[in-house]
Design a protein around this ligand. Structure first.
Ligand code: NI
Ligand code: MN
Length: 223
């Protein structure tokens, strides 16, 4: 069964007993909540939602050390390729198959952090399970379509407000997506994104039939 591990802020890894490890938004060195250093990160693929430092983080050095492939929007992928790193460009709405399954880039209401770029989220089909990683985004009603097109097993949603959805909008997002399992992120890294994940859990489980699992940095959940 796939295992999701939270590394603090918006960084997760997804793995399933040697079937290839996916690492999302690897911001570790300056992440006060990260329990590991970039040198300890393991990945076969690194998915980068946008180029803000708290998302692209140490993607380049981890890709180089692990011979991993960066999957991101064309502007970010090209920048990686210019440094002789392996990268696959994927733009919003596009899907591509990989040995573990496929990745589709989704819309995100945010800024890109790179000239000419677009922020994104990802729907990942990983060894039979469908996972939505929202990236940094505000709430948008087409999240309904994301869940309709790909019935989700797990949704990862930001709840810290200020730069992304806050708790109340994330509850609406969870109801739009229809995933049976939701894990919050992008909270409590700094005061400006302070949020109580227990409040999110309570509200979301009252408003939807989904279950919320709160993972502390360094901990995992199998699903
Ligand atoms: Ni951002
Ligand atoms: Mn962010």
């Amino acid at each position: 069964m796939p295992k999701i591990t939270f590394w603090g802020h918006a960084c997760f890894s997804l793995e399933d007993e040697g079937k290839g490890t996916l690492l999302f938004d690897p911001f570790l060195r300056e992440n006060p909540l990260a329990p590991i250093k970039p040198e300890e990160a393991r990945a076969d693929y690194i998915l980068v939602s946008h180029a803000h430092l708290d998302h692209i983080g140490e993607a380049h050095e981890i890709a180089e050390a692990n011979l991993a492939t960066i999957i991101s929007t064309p502007e970010i992928a090209t920048q990686a390729q210019d440094e002789d790193l392996k990268a696959h460009p994927l733009n919003v709405g596009g899907k591509h198959s990989f040995p573990f399954g496929w990745v589709k880039a989704t819309q995100a209401l945010h800024s890109a952090g790179i000239p000419g770029g677009t922020p994104c989220g990802f729907v990942v089909h990983y060894h039979g399970k469908n996972i939505y990683f929202a990236g940094d985004t505000g709430l948008f009603s087409d999240m309904k379509l994301i869940g309709e097109l790909t019935p989700l097993d797990l949704a990862l949603l930001p709840i810290g407000d200020n730069y992304t959805m806050g708790i109340d909008d994330a509850v609406v997002a969870a109801s739009f997506l229809g995933a049976p399992l939701v894990i919050p992120y992008h909270y409590n890294t700094w005061e400006i994104v302070a949020a109580d994940p227990e409040e999110f859990k309570q509200k979301m489980e009252k408003e939807t039939s989904a279950k919320c699992v709160i993972i502390a940095p360094g901990e995992s959940h199998t699903f």
